[in-house]
Design a protein around this ligand. Sequence first.
Ligand code: AMP
Ligand code: TRP
Length: 345
Amino acid sequence: MSETPTDYTGPERILSGMQPTGGLHLGNYLGALKWWVALQNSGAECFYCVVDLHAITVAGDPARLPGRVRSAAAAYMAAGVDPSKSAIFAQSAVPAHAELAWIFQCVARLGWLERMTQFKDKAGKDAERASVGLFTYPVLQAADILVYKATHVPVGEDQKQHLELSRDIAARFNRDFGNGDAVFPLPEPVIQDHGARIMSLKDGAAKMSKSDPSDNSRINLDDDADTIARKIKKAKTDPEPLPESEAELNSRPEARNLVGIYAALTGTSVEAVLDEFAGQGFGAFKPKLADAAVEFIAPISGEYARLIADRAEIDRVLRLGAERANAAAEPVIAEAKRLVGYWRG
Ligand code: AMP
Ligand code: TRP
């Protein structure tokens, strides 16, 4: 067996994406979007995609999908992604994603996919009835990343396993088709310590998620001040006051989550929050948290409301982004097709 070439020497590139399923929440922002914005100034080229191909792996209303893509693009911009710096585009507007996904389906092994926990979670008990697309979802994700030869992928903690699969696919492609070259980089997840796993307001053991049926479980980026205050007031807690040390939060998942959110929102550490609030109960802490959340989200939701009203402008951004993304993806898909031996007339 030949050595796996992994010594990629091309430029650094950033890619990430989110599904256009409903509005975005604080977990999406603190776990991912915030870092997308920060990386725009890293000097690397940035590609931020709305993954509508992934959206159709589960049933949804086709008539609402284009609006949801626009809404996700507006949320990216409201959070600070700047379309003059980063390409913002719909995955379906760049056919090379799907083309590379097919090649990667022939590179990835069935056993690798069978280990993916997100499939098990999403398919639930009736996995036999899940679409084949839901099963191969992480292979398409690898194509999203590698069709730009992206080197860094800012995501929340829950995407770690998918990133490992992307690395396995890149390494296997390089080995089987690379003729000794590292055609694809092994992409690195960019996962931050704080904010990478924001939990539900109703259950400290479940992550904050768009798919939770209860809207009270999450803070949405377009919630108004009253809604945010009400949700935080109702958030599950325990009767103990806040402790002095971070270690004492380990057995108190709800308390740990709220303190973590406060630290992430105010840009401080968990220790600093505990220094300020140790000994105080949630009756005192929750209003402070609500204020911080409102102050943080108000400019984002205001900007979102402004952007979403101008559909033509969002479409212009998405077209421009697709042009840039296609230009970057075309040479990569051409190289991959040549390496696997597709016919060229
Ligand atoms: P999704 O909402 O599953 O499409 O996720 C979009 C991005 O947000 C991914 O990078 C996720 O890892 C991240 N994300 C989603 N939920 C959370 C959460 N509760 N905490 C931190 N990051 C999250
Ligand atoms: N699977 C990711 C999620 O559920 C979304 C996604 C699709 C993605 N393609 C990607 C994230 C490429 C990073 C890179 O959140």
